[in-house]
Design a protein around this ligand. Sequence first.
Ligand code: FES
Ligand SMILES: [Fe+2]
Length: 372
Amino acid sequence: MRKLFALREQDRNEEMLGKVVRVPVSNYTSTEIFDREMEKVFRTHPLVAGHVSSLREPGSYLLSDWNRLPYVIVRDKEGRLRGFLNQCRHRGARLVSGEEKQLKAFVCPFHNWVYDLDGTLRSITREYNFPGLDRREYGLKELPVAEAGGLVWIHPTAEADLDLAAYLGPMLDDLVDFQVDGLVRYRKSKVIKQANWKMLIKTYLEGYHVPYLHRTTLSKMFRKGVLAHTEHGPHIRMIAARSNIEEARGSDPETWRILEYASVYYVLFPNTFFIMHPDYVSINIFHPEGPDRTIWTHEMLYREPDFPGERGEAGLAKRFEFTNDAVFDQEDFAVAENVQLGLVHGANEFHTLGLEEGLLAIFQGSVDDRLT
Ligand code: FES
Ligand SMILES: [Fe+2]
C-alpha cells in the first residue's frame, strides 16, 4: 500500500528494470525456440493443474487440458492425490474421457484392462493371451502431484522432486493467507488462441495499456491505477491500485486490507496467471500447442458466502462475462492474436519495451535463462 501511494504521487507505474529493452519477435514464431521451451521449461517445472475444489472427494478427478501432457489426477480411496498419464499400459488408449462423474477404477475402453485408483493393474481380460506377464510391471505411469495454496500441482517428469514451498516461497504464503483453498469453482472455460503462450501472458504484465485498450471496461476501476511488483525466482507478484485506494490514505495502516484497494496478480512460472480480485479469483493457464497456438483455460472461483442464492448466481455470471469475454477474450487476447498474425509481415524484428513494460522483459528473461 505504501509503495502504491508513493507511485501515485509520481503518477507512474514502477519502472521495473529501469531501462528500455528489445525482445526479438522470433521468440513468438520460432519452432526451434518452441521445442527448447517444451524441453527446458515445461518438462522441468511444476505446473498448476487447477484448483483443489474439483478434487475433494475420493474418486473425484481432474483431467489435463494439454494434449502434450495427457494426465489424470485422482483422489484415491485413502484420500491421497495421485497423478498418472491417462494412458493404458496395454496399447495406450486413453483411460478417462471426462464423461465419468467419479472414478472407482480406471477401466480401459479398448480391451477392458482395469486399474485401481492407485495405478496398479487389477485385471486383464482373457488373461490367457498374456502368459508370463507380470502385472506389477504394468501399473500406470505415475507423475508427482501435490496440493499447495489451494492449487493442485503436477510435475511432468516422473523422478522430479515437487518441493513447492521452496519453489514458490512467499508466493505460497500469499495463497495460504488469502485462503485460496476455501474457494469454490464457478465456471471453467477452455479456448484455443492463435498466439504464442508468452504473448498471451505478457498482455497481463503491464498497466500501460489499461486506459487505452480497456477504455470502456477496466479503466474506470483502475483510475491512476499504478502498478508495483515483487519477484521470487521466476515468479512475479503484481499489485494494481484500484480507483478507491485514496480512501485508505488517512486511515490506520493496521486496518488496511490490500484486496479492498487493489487487485493482486501472480505469474506462477511458467504458464499460470493467477488473479485475486476483491471478490473473485481467476486462474488462467496457457498450454502451448505450437509457436502460434495455445490452449487457454480460465477457472473462476469465489467465496460461497459472498454470492448467495439467485442474485449471487447472477452476480457471478456478470463477472465471468465481463472478465472472460469482454476484457480477456475481446480486448487482451484479441490484440495478442492480431500482433501474432502481423509478425509474419516483418514490420518489427523486435518489440520495444518501455520502462513501465519491464515485467515483460523480466518474464522473457526467466524463460531465456532456462533455454541455454
Ligand atoms: S489399450 Fe487398454 S486394454 Fe487394450
Ligand atoms: Fe489487459
